[in-house]
Design a binder for this molecule. Structure first.
Ligand SMILES: [Zn+2]
Length: 291
């Protein structure tokens, strides 16, 4: 467990044994929220880390339905008898068993060879609360304000902690890993214009740090935050242009993926399958957006 601000700490779920890929966060007021859950397959690690600190969350708060953020929701809510807090559009997909199943199936199809490590999900049986845009979760002495942001997914909110001026960006501001900002444009709902608008809206928070689920805190002041958001504008725009250009040239989605992988420079210690499947997903997301 690693502290990133007063009353906010982070646990690395070590997805695929990779450090610095996926995080969950503990936010403490008089009550405690677990923001993000990680995959179902890494929940034991999260539980062990919480146990080590004697932390028992009152709320489980996945920012959106993608299984790297919400996969362990049902399991952890059971474990801690915690209230699940989510975006209104995410509710049924966390609660209704058939919808949970359809969510898991669609993720399985999308992630290809990563289906096993991505795991599954379990429907939530206890209390569920939804947060509208601008609504807050009161932890006692600290509030988390939800903001609906739909460029990455239609069932996503970000969370703002006024106390430490920390903005949990979910996946709306990209992935900040090993000091590099990467695009995330998964199928089926990625939308470039909405995501670019989001960056302007995110800049209006008075944040001095961004907190990325992938991975960790970045920034120490408004200028850093503005810069990080502007950087993502370029990363995302270049990415969509690149996929479009390569597709025009090659005319085949798999070839676009191969081409991008051949030229990409990913850190050596990254899981090759994970890199390939992630690039494939992000290409697919752009192709659906463009079509
Ligand atoms: Zn996501």
């Amino acid at each position: 467990m690693h502290q990133i601000a007063d009353g906010i700490s982070m646990v690395d779920t070590r997805f695929l044994e990779h450090e610095g890929h996926t995080a969950v966060f503990i936010v403490e007021g008089r009550e405690t929220a677990l923001v993000e859950t990680g995959h179902s397959t890494t929940r034991e690690r999260v539980k062990n880390e919480l146990a080590r600190e004697g932390t028992v969350p009152d709320y489980i708060v996945p920012t959106h339905l993608h299984l790297d953020h919400a996969g362990a929701t049902g399991y952890l809510a059971d474990e801690y008898d915690a209230t699940v807090v989510c975006h209104p559009s995410a509710r049924d997909y966390l609660v209704e068993p058939e919808k949970v199943e359809s969510l898991v199936e669609s993720v399985r199809r999308a992630v290809g060879e990563l289906a096993e490590p991505y795991g599954d999900a379990k429907s939530v049986e206890g209390e569920v609360r939804t947060l509208d845009d601008g609504e807050t979760l009161d932890l006692g002495g600290r509030e988390l304000e939800a903001g609906h942001f739909h460029g990455h997914a239609p069932h996503q909110f970000v969370l703002y902690d006024d106390e430490t001026r920390s903005l949990f960006t979910a996946d709306e501001a990209g992935m900040w890993m090993d000091g590099t900002l990467y695009q995330t444009s998964p199928p089926p709902n990625f939308d470039l214009e909405t995501n670019l608008d989001s960056l302007d809206r995110l800049a209006r928070y008075d944040a001095k740090r961004l907190v990325y689920t992938h991975f960790g805190a970045r920034g120490d002041g408004e200028d850093d935050v503005r810069e990080a958001l502007e950087e993502y504008r370029d990363v995302l725009t270049d990415w969509v242009d690149r996929v479009e250009t390569e597709y025009d040239r090659l005319g085949d989605e798999e070839e676009v993926v191969d081409e991008i992988l051949a030229e990409a420079e990913f850190p050596d210690d990254w899981d090759e399958t994970a890199v390939r499947e992630t690039v494939r997903m992000d290409v697919r997301g752009v192709m659906i957006y463009l079509s």
